[in-house]
Design a protein around this ligand. Structure first.
Ligand SMILES: Nc1ncnc2c1ncn2[C@@H]1O[C@H](COP(=O)(O)OP(=O)(O)O)[C@@H](O)[C@H]1O
Ligand SMILES: NC(=O)OP(=O)(O)O
Length: 310
């Protein structure tokens, strides 16, 4: 099977954790332990998020007195691809010694006219209490939104149209290489009026890019791995109940929150609808079980008997 895996940025740096390199390396190692089990038997393409990490780098850049302008988000996105891509590359090479691995810096084409560029929904950086977030909004001109119990900065997140380097990624996969790519949803670029690629200020949703890439690469399965066991009905309440199996239509009707579980559900639903393949949403440490449809939330075109292979 060909499997595209999307690793959550919040799963690689969990809410409230220190953004130290070692903390994230340990989280990457945990994810890779789980991914290595899949890589033994399947072709694997790995994308990763960068929401928390790009926020850390944005703050660093904004507080550097030597810069006349902070680094724009396309540049920061590329930095996170380098950093997280390096951690994944090394961890995969150490864990799957005979595997060939490549980490690719790459771009995702978006539309300059996408209304999402001016209606920010993508959470980045750390979480704050409301008062602190409101203060940062005033001081730094941020847009902020509520994320669960906390508040966070949000930035524009246009729809990915296509991973620019799709053909190169396909050639690597066909050559048996495990490819780490489209980190942070890919560096967002537009084609300008001269036909040139040009970076823009945005952070693409990596689940949306992963679904688009999985479809372009003719993947059989899309795994969206994060820091929860699956998609819950009544999430965050005493009546919370995990949805084990669902269809695109039924899952969309759950109306999950924008900026966190909503984009995962939409990406899983789109991949399943477009390809007839299956998608799984669940925790980073259960990749193999999710692929076997024994853990997480499995999304298929129709709901079959529990545990039945698709
Ligand atoms: N219905 C739900 N079921 C499960 N998780 C949910 C739900 N609604 C919101 N969430 C939140 O979505 C988060 C995962 O989304 P996100 O933080 O964007 O993940 P990542 O950065 O790992 O891709 C979970 O940590 C959880 O707090
Ligand atoms: N770019 C992106 O989607 O990052 P997260 O997975 O961290 O939200």
């Amino acid at each position: 099977m060909r499997v595209v895996v999307a690793l959550g940025g919040n799963a690689l740096l969990r809410r409230g954790e220190q953004p130290d390199a070692q903390v994230q390396r340990d989280n990457v190692d945990r994810a890779v332990e789980s991914l290595a089990l899949i890589a033994q038997d399947h072709e694997v393409v790995i994308t990763h998020g960068n929401g928390p990490q790009v926020g850390v780098l944005a703050l660093q850049s904004a507080s550097d007195p030597r810069l006349s302008t902070p680094y724009p988000f396309d540049v920061l996105g590329a930095q996170t691809q380098g950093m997280i891509g390096y951690w994944l590359l090394q961890s995969l090479q150490n864990t799957v010694p005979h595997g060939q691995v490549a980490a690719v810096i790459n771009q995702t084409l978006v539309s300059a006219a996408d209304p999402a560029l001016t209606e920010p929904t993508k959470f980045i950086g750390e979480t704050y209490d409301r008062a602190t977030a409101v203060q940062l909004q005033a001081e730094r001109g941020w847009t902020i939104r509520q994320d669960g119990q906390h508040w966070r900065r949000v930035v524009g997140s246009p729809k990915p149209l296509r991973v620019v380097e799709t053909r190169i990624i396909r050639r690597l996969v066909e050559a048996g290489v495990m490819v780490v790519c489209a980190g942070g949803g890919g560096v967002p670029v537009i084609r300008n009026e001269d036909g040139q690629l040009q970076g823009i200020e945005a952070v693409v949703d990596k689940d949306a890019t992963a679904a688009s890439l999985a479809e372009s690469l003719d993947a059989d399965a899309l795994l969206i791995l994060t820091d929860v066991k699956g998609v819950y009905r009544n999430f965050g309440t005493e009546d919370a109940e995990m949805i084990s199996r669902s269809t695109p239509g039924a899952l969309r009707r759950e109306l999950l929150p924008e900026g966190s579980m909503g984009p995962k559900v939409e990406s899983a639903a789109q991949f399943v609808e477009l390809t007839g393949g299956f998608a799984g949403i669940g925790t980073l440490t259960e990749a193999a079980e999710i692929l076997q449809q024994r853990a997480g939330t499995t999304v298929t075109t129709s709901v079959e008997e529990p545990g039945a292979p698709v």
